[in-house]
Design a protein around this ligand. Structure first.
Ligand SMILES: NC(=O)c1ccc[n+]([C@@H]2O[C@H](COP(=O)([O-])OP(=O)(O)OC[C@H]3O[C@@H](n4cnc5c(N)ncnc54)[C@H](OP(=O)(O)O)[C@@H]3O)[C@@H](O)[C@H]2O)c1
Length: 381
């Protein structure tokens, strides 16, 4: 499939890991026991990322699926978690959910790959299927194998390569969580709505524009001037350069919005709250909740209370129309997006491709914050 591509891919062959990965598949269906994974054993910068030989996860629940990862993308949550972002909440969740220690920690949220093994209760995918999905609140996808659950996985769109497919699941699940779960709306409710998507050139924005256009919405977006052509090609009706002095006035001239999707926060949120329509069903959907930062600095209880108070203040100010979004997996969303991709109403937007052996460089690339679509990591095995 033709995807949007905006930078030259890296084509460095990844041979380092082939030499240290021990193959134990005997050709009789038995699986390898060890795999390679990019892991951290302490929070900090990229130098903490180590390529480690580790055990392939084992299915312990009937709804689990073991996936051989072919490609995965990098999301801002990955370098933030590498730095320690959300450690308080993620630590508790992993301990409670799977009783696993904090370290070593494998990062990575989404994947495209092949089912290596499926638990007894798994009915919608089977061994050998090409699949895509996300790993939520547990060991991540920057590894040769990942263990996921029923809701987190679906059939890969037939018209995409693994690299193309890996660019979509996490941003798709986030945008679906925002527009449907959090907003309490269905795809058909967006027909004719005017939606403002901040940061249209990034991973979330480039996907949200296409999804909303497929649902019949009018879309306005913000981006740098060099990205205007990209966002218009993706289907945006209006694009405003966020670096101009009068960004708020320019947006106001376009109109007021039924829904605002904000992955930027801070000053952008300050000037955007007044751009929401006054109707009671208008929604401000912020992807920048302070709960992780607050609980990291104040602890689970005080941080939770502090974030809760901020939520109440914003909610009162916007008369219950302000919401924080927390991405979660949705099987229905994966199926819906698969259908739109196969109809070519949504195309992957690939910024840059790195080999598995270059994962720290891929992380550094996304950390620059200048994304034009998604950065994908390839050649896992
Ligand atoms: N709550 C959740 O569950 C959840 C889930 C996923 C993501 N997120 C958050 O959502 C945000 C976006 O994620 P992403 O994957 O799209 O990140 P990304 O791909 O790294 O986004 C970078 C893009 O943001 C643009 N940008 C930066 N500042 C901007 C501004 N003031 N106005 C308009 N555009 C601006 C950049 O444009 P220029 O290069 O032109 O500056 C670049 O194109 C991140 O902060 C992420 O942590 C939250």
């Amino acid at each position: 499939m033709n995807h949007f591509r905006h930078r030259i891919p890296c084509n460095v062959p990844s041979t380092i890991f082939r030499n240290i990965s021990r193959r134990v598949s005997g050709g009789n269906g038995s699986h390898k026991r060890t795999m390679l994974a990019w892991q951290i054993n302490a929070y900090g910068d990229n130098s903490n990322l180590k390529l480690a030989k580790t055990q392939i996860p084992v299915i312990t629940k009937k709804n689990q699926i073991l996936v051989k990862v072919e490609a995965a993308s990098i999301n801002p949550i990955d370098f933030r978690m590498r730095d320690g972002y959300g450690a308080t909440i993620f630590r508790q969740t992993r301990k409670f959910k799977d009783n696993v220690p904090e370290f070593p920690l494998t990062l990575g949220r989404d994947f495209s790959g092949v089912v290596a093994e499926a638990g007894k209760q798994v009915t919608h995918v089977k061994e050998g299927d090409d699949v895509w999905g996300m790993s939520y609140m547990k060991q991540g996808t920057h590894a040769q194998y990942v263990l996921v659950e029923n809701d987190e996985i679906g059939a890969k769109p037939r018209n995409l390569s693994h690299v193309e497919a890996a660019s979509i699941p996490y941003v798709a699940m986030t945008v679906w969580t925002a527009l449907c779960t959090t907003a309490g709306l269905r795809p058909e409710n967006y027909h004719g709505k005017h939606v403002l998507v901040h940061a249209g050139a990034g991973g979330i924005g480039s996907f949200a524009i296409q999804l909303l256009k497929a649902w019949g919405a009018e879309v306005t977006t913000t981006c740098s001037s060099d990205a205007k052509q990209l966002v218009m090609d993706l289907g945006a009706n209006h694009a405003v350069d966020y670096k101009t002095k009068n960004v708020k006035r320019e947006l106001r001239q376009i109109g007021k919005f039924d829904v605002i999707v904000d992955g930027v926060g801070g000053q952008t949120e300050e000037y955007s709250l007044g751009l929401l329509k006054h109707s009671s069903d208008a929604k401000y959907l912020s992807l920048r909740s302070p709960i992780m930062l607050e609980t990291d600095s104040l602890g689970l209880v005080r941080g939770g209370v502090s974030a809760g108070l901020q939520m109440i203040q914003k909610s009162v100010k916007l008369k219950n129309r302000f919401h924080w979004v927390f991405a979660s997996p949705h099987k229905e969303a994966l199926q819906h997006v698969q259908m739109l991709v196969e109809k070519e109403q949504i195309k992957p937007v690939i910024d840059k491709i790195f080999a598995f052996s270059e994962l720290p460089e891929a992380m550094a690339h996304v950390e620059m914050g200048r994304a034009r679509g998604k950065t994908v990591v390839d050649k896992f095995c």
